[in-house]
Design a protein around this ligand. Structure first.
Ligand code: GLC
Length: 423
């Protein structure tokens, strides 16, 4: 079967009626940034269904504008922590944290590529006020001091759950002595050597108890949450999403461009301040220690996707990518392969992720490095051909790891193959 047909089959199989689950068993609900990537995939063969993905996602939006990272549209027993553990008050039930805000950018891409322009304009215009409310929430509640960067309160928010970037910050989180007992479900679906360690899980869940004690009050979390980092994935994705939100505002005549320009001015300088000249890449930042987190990750390239980098820095990033390419067979490993914490099979500590590849390649292409972008694109296709649409891949052997029949990996093959970097 061709890659394209197989990808369509997977998205259809993971469709639960207007929303796409990442993969059966391991992730049986709707996830925020997965929904964004899945929508791009659907766009290639069913435009109406693609727009519906966002409509279902925004059913989970909170009154304060926050878009949660999971919408529990209907009960499923194969995942933990479910709605009871989160204890949020929303219908449908949701988690209480967010994820990389890809929506505005993907809505713009979909609008620009839609064959059915009438439908696309109606859908994008209706989504706009909801996306604006979400971005206002980010600014108001995650960057109240207007630093230009947002506070992230959980590794799960970053999308890169067990990245070594969070090791030290997470190790400082005390394990809650009153933590209610729990049974992990992830390790019954996937080999434990490809998943986070137990010590990390205890802290993920201890953080959840902190949110509940704070009643999900973000301003209290700035003071009381023991885990506070700046995540390059969140802030770079948000910067680009704000650019695209301003574009949508102008396109539909909503008139919010000045407000959004103020946010962009702050984040432009603040993201660039995360650059490390010696390492030749950008670092995440620990807000509790007030210090950069000195481990290169695939997110270290994302200021190109944001569009904040200078041409000189983009050039250095190409060199950094080349040095990584000498150490692995397939780009882009999620952690610097020369770093001691690199683990090629463990989730975000080394494996290649198709969706990160897409964002990184997009950045290189836009900065005038089509060869780097093409190399990343070809590696992504080779991995899919070799090992199917896995959740992630071993950067040296190319083995498929984590969940199988994975929606966002399949979606990338559809979207990226047809329109490599048209934006
Ligand atoms: C894992 C990933 C996260 C993703 C989710 C669903 O938690 O780390 O990025 O959104 O799975 O696929």
């Amino acid at each position: 079967m061709s890659l394209e047909r197989e990808a369509i089959r997977i998205l259809r199989a993971n469709d639960r009626g207007g929303f796409t689950i990442p993969t059966a068993g391991l992730y049986p609900f709707q996830w925020l940034w997965d929904a964004g990537f899945s929508a791009l995939g659907w766009m290639k063969f069913d435009e109406a269904r693609a727009w519906q993905e966002f409509e279902r996602l925004f059913e989970g939006q909170w009154a304060n504008g926050m878009l949660p990272h999971i919408v529990f549209h209907r009960p499923e027993a194969t995942y933990f922590p479910g709605p009871d553990r989160w204890g949020t008050r929303h219908t449908p039930p949701t988690s209480g944290i967010t994820q990389p805000p890809v929506v505005a950018s993907f809505v713009r891409m979909m609008l620009e590529q839609a064959e059915d322009q009438t439908l696309a304009q109606t859908k994008a215009r209706a989504l706009y006020p909801k996306i604006l409310a979400y971005h206002r929430w980010f600014k108001r509640e995650r960057d109240p001091a207007n630093t230009g960067l947002t506070n992230t309160f959980h590794p799960w928010e970053t999308g890169a759950d067990n990245s070594p970037a969070w090791d030290e910050a997470l190790a400082r989180v005390p394990v809650d002595p009153t933590l209610p007992p729990y049974t992990r479900r992830d390790t019954s679906h996937v080999d434990p050597s490809q998943r986070p360690h137990q010590a990390e899980y205890d802290r993920y869940l201890s953080l959840l108890e902190v949110y509940k004690r704070c009643d999900y009050d973000q301003l209290r979390l700035h003071r009381e949450c023991p885990f506070r980092v700046v995540s390059l994935i969140i802030d770079c994705v948000l910067h680009r999403a704000n650019r695209d939100l301003a574009w949508l505002s102008a396109r539909f005549g909503f008139g919010d461009e000045t407000e959004i320009a103020g946010w962009l001015e702050a984040s432009q300088g603040a993201i660039e301040a995360l650059w490390d000249e010696e390492a030749g890449l950008y670092y995440n930042y620990d807000r509790v220690q007030d210090a950069p987190i000195r481990v290169g990750t695939s997110a270290s390239f994302l200021p190109l996707y944001a569009g904040t980098s200078s041409p000189q820095r983009a050039h250095r990033l190409v060199r950094t990518l080349e040095s990584w390419a000498e150490q692995v067979r397939y780009l882009v490993p999620s952690t610097d392969p020369g770093h001691p914490s690199y683990e090629p099979q463990r989730y975000w500590r080394g494996p290649v992720w198709a969706i990160m590849n897409y964002l990184i390649a997009q950045g290189f292409a836009e900065y005038g490095y089509p060869e780097a972008a093409e190399r990343i694109h070809q590696d992504t296709l080779k991995l899919a051909e070799l090992s199917g649409f896995s959740e992630y891949y071993h950067p040296t052997t190319g083995a498929g790891l984590g969940g199988g029949e994975f929606s966002w990996t399949a979606a990338m093959a559809l979207w990226w193959e047809v329109s490599p970097w048209a934006h």
